[in-house]
Design a protein around this ligand. Structure first.
Ligand code: ARG
Length: 246
């Protein structure tokens, strides 16, 4: 959680945010996993808590803030299923590497990579997504997906949802957030559509590339505050390097 100009900006999960929030991918549609086969559900004790994306058969990308006080032993991923509770492949995580410059106060560099205990079997429902090498342009269309929670202190939605949003001008987003938006972040919004609690760590995809990682927002689908994502094109070399040394 951030405190800026007397305004609480919600990074994740907390009590304060929940009462403001519709509490799931807002304004989205149900989608099959085959339409977003890189989508991962991160789970502890079989319960979804954050999203992620498949980078390689043995590597998943997620948000650093999802990994706060999490040890690999308790962590598994489910891939290849539209239902977060069953089906597809469930694999344990053997290592977690959080960006060294992740800052929980500013939420800069909100990225982590996970090494899986065994390789995923890739198929129509389980596929890696390439990293963007260029920052998308303002107004480019992008799709965010996830199993965000269905409401305050309610369990996560078991149905995968996706919403189409548009990239927001960096300066405009920075003004909306009172100067908080760094170049390792990128913003996206659409009227009535957004990612929300429990979608964190999950993919924002544009032009077949991973352009963002669900990071934070002030509320969800708040017309004055776009969703904020880790900017994958800016974090690309860290991710590539991290995947090779983890
Ligand atoms: N930090 C939240 C989570 O862990 C995601 C918030 C995204 N909010 C938004 N308005 N786009 O699920």
């Amino acid at each position: 959680m951030l405190l800026l100009n007397g305004l609480f900006l919600i990074s994740c999960g907390a009590l304060i945010s929940a009462k403001w929030l519709p509490g799931r991918i807002v304004g989205g549609n149900s989608v099959a996993i085959t339409s977003v086969p890189w989508q991962v559900s991160l789970q502890i004790n079989g319960r979804h808590f954050c999203g992620g994306s498949i980078y390689r058969e043995d590597i998943v990308i997620t948000a650093a803030h999802c990994m706060a006080s999490i040890r690999p032993i308790s962590l598994s991923v489910r891939v290849g299923s539209t239902d977060s509770n069953s089906g597809g492949q469930s694999v344990r995580v053997s290592k977690i590497l959080v960006h060294e410059d992740y800052d929980e106060n500013t939420v800069a560099n909100d990225v982590a990579v996970l090494r899986l205990e065994s390789r995923l079997t890739l198929n129509a429902s389980v596929r890696a997504i390439p990293l963007a090498y260029k920052v998308p342009r303002t107004a480019d269309s992008a799709r965010v997906s996830g199993w965000g929670a269905i409401g305050y202190q309610k369990p996560a939605s078991s149905t995968l949802l996706a919403a189409d949003v548009a990239i927001v001008d960096q300066d405009q987003c920075n003004r909306a957030y009172g100067g908080l938006i760094q170049n390792v972040m990128i913003c996206a919004s659409a009227p009535g559509k957004d990612s929300c609690q429990g979608d964190s760590g999950g993919p924002l995809v544009s032009g077949g590339k991973l352009v963002g990682i669900v990071s934070f927002g002030n509320g969800c689908a708040n017309p004055n505050y776009p969703g904020v994502y880790a900017n994958v094109a800016k974090l690309r070399s860290w991710i590539r390097n991290a995947a090779n040394r983890i």
